[in-house]
Design a protein around this ligand. Structure first.
Ligand SMILES: Nc1nc2c(ncn2[C@@H]2O[C@H](COP(=O)(O)OP(=O)(O)OP(=O)(O)O)[C@@H](O)[C@H]2O)c(=O)[nH]1
Length: 314
C-alpha cells in the first residue's frame, strides 16, 4: 500500500518557464515537482513517470492543454492521472469544456497561493486514496483466485478457466485436455510425518508441476491433495506423455523430514474435452473416474478416460 508520507509527484506542463518556477516554489513542500515546456513533451513524461497529479496550462504552441488532456484520457496508463488546468482564461465556457474533458479542477490566474496549495493537497490526497484502493482490489482479486498455502490457482478460478476452454473447444474444435492428479496415500503421510510435512509435500507437488508446464496451461489446487491441469490445444497422446513425465518427476522428488528423505507419488486421470460436454462437471467426472481406476490399479500411474472420443476436426 502507498505510505501516506511517501512523496508524490506533480508534473507541471506549461510553455512559460516563469509559471513553472512560481508553481514549483509554491508546491515543492507537498510533492516532487517535474515539468515539461510543451504538451508533446508533457505527454511523454506523463507516460513514463506516471505522476500523481498534472497541472496543465491551456494555451500552448503545438498541442494545447485540451488536446493534451484528450491524449492522456485515451491511454490506459495515463487516463486516471488527475489533471488540474491552471490558466489565464477565466471564462465559464472554457472552464466547463475543461471539466467536461475530465479535468478534476480548474484554477484561473492570478491565483491565491494558499488556495492553489489547498486544492493541490486535496487532489493528492484523493489520488493517494485511489491508489490504495486499487492496490487493495488487486490483492483481493489475487486472493479470490488463489490457494493460500501454495499460491496456485484455486478451484473457483480453475472451473472458470475450464468453462471458457470448453466454449473454445466447442467453437474451434481443437483438442484440449483435463488432468486430475491426487497424491497417493496422503493421509498416511500426514499420520506418519505430521501435517507440516504433509503441507510441504503439497507445496513441492505444486512447484514440480508448475515448472514442467507451459505458459498457456492452467494448474490449480482443486481440493486438499487434488490438483487439476488444463492443457489447451494439446493432443491426447502428447498429454499422456506429459502426465507420465510429471508422475515420474514427482516420484523422484524428495522432502526432508528430520534426517529422513520422504518420497511420494501421485495418480492421474486424463480426459479430453468434448464438444458434447454440457459443462465442466462432465469433464471432471470422466477424469475422476480415470483417476479412480489409476488408484485401483496400484497408484503412481496415469489412466486415460475410456470414453474419450476423438474430436472430428473441421
Ligand atoms: N497436510 C495437509 N493435509 C491435507 C490438506 N488438505 C487435505 N489434507 C489431508 O489429505 C488427506 C486425504 O486423504 P484421503 O482422501 O483418505 O486419501 P489418501 O490417503 O491420499 O489415499 P488415496 O487417495 O486413496 O491414495 C486427508 O487426511 C486430509 O486431512 C492440507 O492442506 N494439508
Amino acid at each position: 500500500m502507498t505510505e501516506p508520507d511517501t512523496m508524490q509527484t506533480i508534473l507541471i506542463i506549461d510553455d512559460a518557464k516563469e509559471n513553472i518556477v512560481v508553481l514549483s516554489r509554491l508546491l515543492k513542500s507537498q510533492a516532487n515537482i517535474i515539468f515539461a515546456l510543451s504538451g508533446e513533451e508533457g505527454l511523454k513524461i506523463a507516460g513514463t513517470n506516471l505522476p500523481d497529479l498534472i497541472l496543465l496550462d491551456i494555451s500552448m504552441p503545438g498541442l494545447n492543454g485540451f488536446e493534451v488532456l484528450e491524449h492522456l484520457k485515451q491511454s490506459q496508463t495515463t487516463a486516471d492521472i488527475p489533471v488540474i488546468f491552471i490558466t489565464g482564461i477565466p471564462d465559464a465556457e472554457t472552464e466547463e469544456k475543461g471539466l467536461n474533458l475530465g479535468a478534476v479542477d480548474y484554477i484561473t490566474k492570478p491565483f491565491a497561493s494558499a488556495v492553489v496549495k489547498a486544492r493541490v493537497r486535496h487532489q493528492l490526497k484523493l489520488q493517494r486514496l485511489t491508489t490504495a484502493l486499487k492496490e487493495a482490489n488487486t490483492r483481493l482479486t489475487q486472493l479470490a483466485m488463489s490457494d493460500p498455502l501454495t499460491g496456485a490457482y484455486n478451484r473457483r478460478y480453475f472451473l472458470d478457466a475450464l468453462k471458457k476452454e470448453l466454449e473454445r473447444v466447442q467453437r474451434y474444435r481443437h483438442p484440449s485436455i483435463l488432468m486430475v492428479f491426487d497424491i497417493d496415500r496422503f493421509k498416511s503421510i500426514n499420520d506418519n510425518y505430521g501435517h507440516d510435512i504433509g503441507d510441504k509435500v503439497i507445496i513441492e507437488m505444486v512447484k514440480v508441476s508448475t515448472t514442467m508446464l507451459r505458459k498457456n496451461d492452467t494448474f490449480s489446487r482443486f481440493g486438499g491433495e487434488e490438483f487439476t491441469i488444463l492443457l489447451p490445444e494439446t493432443p491426447l497422446a502428447e498429454a499422456s506423455q506429459i502426465a507420465n513425465r510429471l508422475c515420474m518427476q514427482i516420484a523422484r522428488t524428495t522432502i526432508e523430514s528430520g534426517n529422513k528423505a520422504l518420497s511420494f507419488t501421485v495418480s492421474c486421470g486424463v480426459t479430453q474435452l468434448r464438444d458434447d460436454d454440457q459443462s465442466p462437471d462432465s469433464i471432471i467426472k470422466r477424469a475422476d473416474i480415470a483417476l479412480y481406476q489409476a488408484k485401483q490399479s496400484g497408484r503412481n500411474q496415469v489412466v486415460i478416460a475410456d470414453d474419450t472420443a476423438p474430436l472430428v476436426s473441421n
